[in-house]
Unconditional design. Structure first.
Length: 206
């Protein structure tokens, strides 16, 4: 079974690509959702976080206070490392179990969507990488409209992330999303089979 990673810059259409692939029957897992699930109320992950950081990082309903935790790890590098040591193995295990289940059910290709795949180096775990990209001014326009923020704030958000050029360097398929939603969807649908074939060929020559 081929394991494909899907990533990209903010407001570049990564989630739309994921939804389009689901629409043609490709199993796609959102790693951000997995990250939320492993620290949900009643989870082992949340209990481990409470054991280390204390109950002050909980909201009144006993769910994780993400703002409090984010503030804490921004101030303390060791706290950030400890949080990652708790959550990353749980996320990785959950994704592996999902992939195994998909293979049992007969999937020949799976896709995992993750925003920080290149930043963390986890892109190396996949047989092929798709990167959603777009031109800078379009990225800014979409971010302003989507998040109702100013141009300067949008520029700060983009500047805080790894550059699209750096992500594109590790891609097997860069999907340039500078046009309409329908164009993006059509690009994905029309080129998916050829992309998979290319990755399969790459695998046989390794």
């Amino acid at each position: 079974m081929l394991k494909i990673g899907l990533t990209g810059g903010i407001a570049c259409g990564k989630s739309t690509i994921a939804d389009t692939l689901r629409g043609i029957g490709v199993p796609v897992l959102d790693a951000d959702q997995v990250a939320r699930d492993v620290v949900a109320v009643g989870s082992v992950g949340l209990q481990k976080i409470v054991d280390f950081f204390g109950t002050e990082i909980l909201l009144a309903d006993n769910s994780l206070n993400r703002e409090a935790l984010r503030s804490l790890i921004l101030q303390d590098l060791n706290a950030k490392k400890q949080l990652e040591a708790i959550t990353h193995p749980l996320i990785f295990q959950s994704m592996q179990e999902w992939q195994q289940q998909q293979e049992i059910e007969g999937a020949t290709v799976t896709v995992i969507e993750a925003a920080l795949m290149v930043e963390t180096g986890s892109y190396r775990m996949y047989d092929g990488i798709i990167v959603a990209s777009c031109s800078r001014h379009i990225q800014e326009e979409r971010l302003i409209e989507r998040n109702n923020i100013s141009l300067s704030e949008a520029q700060r958000w983009i500047a805080s992330q790894m550059s699209l050029a750096a992500k594109e360097k590790v891609a097997d398929w860069v999907i340039q999303n500078d046009h309409s939603l329908q164009t993006l969807q059509r690009t994905v649908v029309e080129n998916w089979t050829q992309f998979v074939h290319t990755i399969q060929q790459k695998q046989t020559t390794v």
